[in-house]
Design a protein around this ligand. Structure first.
Ligand code: HH2
Length: 291
């Protein structure tokens, strides 16, 4: 899109290191600007948009809208991760049933699709349909077959930090770093090349609001891993801790968080509100290149 062209190749964190030819990430990063991943939750209970897109027609329509608004990647999930507790685990069968009428249609839109799942069997099925990326909110550390499935299918993987519960007493940056070390070791052992890896500190997952803020503020710490970083701050509760607001009213906070994340090295932002994010990133890039 024309507005994307205003974005500067000099944006922080670009080009991301070590991408091999042929990988979906390589093709995406050839755009030489931060990427916008649009969220499609085919769930009844997601924290900010649960129930909106459980109907297949509504879900496909929403995916079209995200694409038209400039999403670079569509992240499709059918089990709420419920970062704030109260998650209702769904069986693989239920997850597949929700995805079945939606996923292939979304893939047909021609934009790379990531599958947001904690289950290797769902990942394998989605990759078979043509999804290109596995988004694992447990960083390959929960389902023992996840790394193997990603490796065998030549998929890219988003490895997100997570904890069963928040502990305000810990050094969250050290905890995330140790988790990334472990996830990277699992990926390497399975034969996933670093050109197919994205790391994500998991904003809101097993973190106090203060720890989520710290993960964005200190994002540049994890540049040393030499792989692209993703931040998903969209509508999350830490925004409410700064300015009390319902999830749908957190767009301003989400934009602030994602712009600062990009300044600190995020190569991908995961958002519900694609159009305002694309605009904010384009304006920020135009200002940067006008200096
Ligand atoms: N956040 C959510 C879900 N998946 N994946 C990555 N990589 N990073 C994130 O920050 C992330 C994620 C939570 O947001 P949402 O999908 O809107 O909610 P829910 O999990 O309740 O469906």
């Amino acid at each position: 899109m024309a507005r994307h062209m205003a974005m500067s190749a000099k944006s922080e964190g670009f080009p991301p290191p070590k991408a091999a030819a042929g990988d979906v990430l390589t093709r995406l990063f050839a755009k030489r600007r931060p990427l916008v991943m649009g969220v499609l939750n085919v769930t009844p209970d997601s924290f900010s948009d649960g129930g909106h897109f459980l109907d297949a027609r509504a879900a496909i329509e929403h995916a079209r809208r995200l694409a038209a608004e400039g999403a670079d990647i569509l992240d499709v999930g059918a089990e709420s991760t419920r970062p704030y507790g109260g998650a209702v685990r769904v069986s693989a069968e239920q997850e597949r049933e929700r995805l079945l009428p939606v996923l292939a249609e979304v893939i047909k839109l021609g934009i790379p699709v990531s599958i947001d799942t904690m289950k290797s069997e769902i990942a394998a099925w989605a990759l078979g349909l043509g999804a290109a990326i596995v988004n694992d909110v447990w960083g390959l550390q929960r389902d023992p077959d996840m790394a193997k499935i990603a490796a065998e299918n030549g998929a890219s993987v988003i490895m997100m930090h997570n904890r069963d519960s928040a502990d305000p007493a810990i050094d969250i940056v050290a905890d995330v770093t140790a988790f990334f070390d472990q996830s990277l070791a699992i990926a390497a052992a399975a034969g996933i090349p670093s050109s197919r890896i994205v790391l994500d500190p998991g904003i809101g997952f097993g973190k106090t609001p203060e720890q989520s803020l710290a993960c964005i503020a200190r994002l540049d710490t994890w540049r040393r891993f030499g792989v692209p970083l993703l931040v998903g701050a969209s509508r999350k509760r830490f925004i409410h801790s700064v300015t009390p607001s319902d999830p749908a009213e957190r767009i301003g906070g989400s934009l602030a968080a994602h712009l600062l994340a990009v300044e600190k090295g995020a190569a991908i932002v995961r958002v519900h509100d694609v159009a305002p994010t694309v605009q904010a990133l384009a304006v920020a890039a135009a200002i940067r290149s006008a200096q």
